[in-house]
Design a protein around this ligand. Sequence first.
Ligand code: SF4
Ligand code: SF4
Length: 79
Amino acid sequence: MVYASVRESETMPTIKIDIDKCKGCVLCVEVCPHVLIKQSKEINDQGYQYVVLVDSEEKCNGCTVCAVMCPDMCIEVFK
Ligand code: SF4
Ligand code: SF4
């Protein structure tokens, strides 16, 4: 039975951003090779213009560059 591994391989990599912790420094925006992270027009409780993932075509490859770059560890990568 290989159902578990088949299901895993069908899951596309993605990231989760903790918008409450984000300070809007945009370092992650600058390093994403597919330009998938954008600065929102909204402001979080700390008063920062946080960032969001915009990946309608599921281009995130889980490279983790954005997470490594974030000084506040706001980004978690799922592969
Ligand atoms: S994991 Fe890589 S491809 Fe995905 S959003 Fe972060 S930098 Fe971009
Ligand atoms: S690097 Fe971190 S703190 Fe800076 S904008 Fe990205 S998620 Fe926010």
